[in-house]
Design a protein around this ligand. Structure first.
Ligand code: NAI
Ligand code: A1CAB
Length: 266
């Protein structure tokens, strides 16, 4: 493995931090320190410490990645203000604004606010990022490398877009997994044995995602390709696509999640 990444500090190594770390490992970690009070074992390739005070003296990260819960930010970020001189901070916390984080880290901190998603764990993540004031070109390139290590990345200039992004792609995998759960449940209701229902629902969602990823066709066309005139899918879609059904439900759900992201800022 070649050492391609500069020294990194990961604060919070749960589901999202752990998924990102896996991507960095693939890229070649040099020095990586993980701060997580509740992790039992050091992740492969990294040094684990329980709190900020235990970070080895002299460790100078090029990037500090913040993957703790938004509710932990106020108490935790000031402990990392000492790295603000040299490091770029990359936060994946829902809702937390660049201005709010700079307030906790010191006004001059270089902060990138990003929203990844958990398919990063299998190299299929999607991250949207926004660079705050004072982020240098080199720091933005480093953030791009780190946040894009486990999938696709897109940058936006308008930070406010991160709230609906959080609702759509940050939380999106949960909605897709819910679809798998509901398909399984409905299959059982129609008399299909539970184990077959489970396999079928998982394979259908995973296979459809793979087809979408591999295809250049629009999602709507792929849907039409399944829908034979006067056939069975048409009957199901008439239920789902009723304006009061999925279109309204998804629209309200995304609006609710966007509003929650905005609430978490405070
Ligand atoms: N799970 C997801 O799908 C996504 C989560 N996020 C964001 O990622 C962040 C983390 O979420 P998850 O990974 O889901 O949560 P998690 O609960 O799996 O991970 C949080 C980690 O932080 C650690 N932790 C708690 N207090 C700490 C402290 N003071 N210092 C260092 N580490 C500490 C916990 O032990 C835990 O391992 C959140 O801000 C969330 O908004 C963003 C995109 C998607
Ligand atoms: O549910 C949440 O708040 C986080 C952000 C996006 C996915 N998980």
């Amino acid at each position: 493995m070649t050492d391609t990444l500069p020294p990194l500090l990961l604060v919070g190594c749960g589901k999202m931090g752990g998924a990102m770390l896996a991507g960095w490992r693939e890229r070649g970690l040099s020095q990586a320190v993980v701060v997580d009070p509740f992790l039992a074992e050091a992740p492969q390739g990294a040094t684990l410490v329980k709190d900020a005070a235990a970070i080895p003296a002299g460790f100078a990260p090029a990037a500090v990645v913040l993957a703790i819960k938004p509710q932990e930010a106020a108490a935790t970020l000031p402990l990392y203000a000492r790295f603000a001189g040299g490091a770029v901070f990359a936060s994946v916390m829902a809702g937390k604004t660049i201005a709010g984080m700079r307030g906790l880290l010191g006004g001059g901190a270089a902060v990138v606010r990003a929203m990844p998603n958990t398919p990063a764990a299998v190299g299929r993540g999607f991250t949207v990022a926004c660079a705050g004031p004072g982020v240098s070109a080199a720091q933005r390139t480093l953030a791009d490398t780190l946040l894009g290590a486990s999938g696709e990345i897109a940058w936006v200039e308008e930070e406010g877009l991160l709230d609906p992004v959080t609702a759509v792609s940050g939380g999106g995998p949960a909605y897709v997994f819910l679809l798998a759960e509901l398909l399984e449940q409905a299959a059982i209701e129609q008399g299909i044995p539970a184990e077959l229902a489970r396999r079928m629902a998982r394979a259908t969602v995973a296979g459809s995602g793979a087809l979408l990823a591999a295809s250049t066709e629009e999602a709507a066309q792929l849907r039409k390709n399944v829908t034979s005139p006067k056939g069975t899918t048409e009957r199901a879609l008439a239920v789902m696509m009723d304006p009061a059904a999925w279109p309204d439900t998804i629209s309200r759900a995304i609006a609710a999640a966007t509003a929650r992201s905005r609430e978490l800022a405070g």
